[in-house]
Design a protein around this ligand. Structure first.
Ligand SMILES: Nc1ncnc2c1ncn2[C@@H]1O[C@H](COP(=O)(O)OP(=O)(O)OP(=O)(O)O)[C@@H](O)[C@H]1O
Length: 222
């Protein structure tokens, strides 16, 4: 089986003046391509930080992170962004849609960044997939939390990611919308073979993934 993500002795220390906070302490794990995994643990235990390091959004203080065979340590910002554009989708806890762009334009951004052509119909297709084609011209503030989350999913899908990281994908959603979003995520895994890595407090959702790792006090307890 191919490994898509490998972490060796990864630590993260935040420095604030002369104070330092060790958030992650010697984390080791790897993920098989096409599999599903959840990261669980108490609030403040470092789950979001870990997800950011895995996705190349942030850098570890020590240790190595290898994504799709590329060692992220040592890459400059442009190289990191290129790796993210090629392989990674990310769904943020608070959606992080661009407020001055419509739903459609938000979904078009990764396609533009990849230099692809004929992107409008493709972005519309993706919005249709998440049930929002009719709201494509709405701005984020005109959409409910669940709708914004689905735009954020469509945007992440538009990258055709090899690996999708989702931080609390159901955190702000009602039960019905949450079910729809979870179905979309697992459909993507089944149909496109996208590796899923979820951070969640929802143990029912975590139990749907093939593997669960627990972070506690910055350490991994599997
Ligand atoms: N940029 C930063 N600078 C300094 N400290 C940070 C930074 N980002 C996170 N932290 C601290 O790191 C710790 C872990 O935060 P993180 O968001 O990774 O935890 P979490 O497990 O995802 O929490 P939650 O479940 O509440 O979202 C917290 O104590 C947080 O205050």
């Amino acid at each position: 089986m191919d490994t898509i993500l490998d972490l060796q002795q990864v630590s993260k220390i935040y420095k604030n003046g002369d104070r330092s906070l060790t958030v992650l302490d010697n984390i080791n794990f790897s993920i098989t391509a096409g599999s599903t995994m959840s990261i669980v643990g108490p609030s403040g235990s470092g789950k979001t930080t870990l997800l950011g390091l895995c996705a190349g959004l942030d850098r570890s203080t020590s240790g190595t992170v290898e994504l799709h065979g590329t060692r992220l340590n040592g890459l400059n910002e442009d190289q990191l962004a290129a790796v993210r554009n090629l392989y990674v989708g990310f769904i943020f806890q608070n959606f992080q849609l661009l407020p001055t762009l419509t739903a459609l334009e938000n979904v078009m951004v990764p396609l533009e960044l990849r230099g692809e052509k004929n992107i409008k119909p493709r972005a519309l297709d993706l919005l249709d997939k998440v049930g929002l084609a009719e709201r494509s011209h709405h701005y984020p503030t005109q959409l409910s939390g669940g709708e914004q989350q689905r735009v954020s999913l469509a945007r992440a899908f538009s990258n055709k990611p090899q690996i999708l990281f989702a931080d609390e994908p159901t955190g702000n959603l009602d039960a019905e919308t949450s079910e729809k979003v979870v179905k979309l995520l697992f459909d993507l895994n089944r149909e496109a073979g996208t590796t899923l890595v979820l951070v969640t407090h929802d143990l029912e959702l975590a139990a749907k993934t093939q593997r669960i790792i627990r972070i506690k006090g910055g350490k991994l307890v599997e």
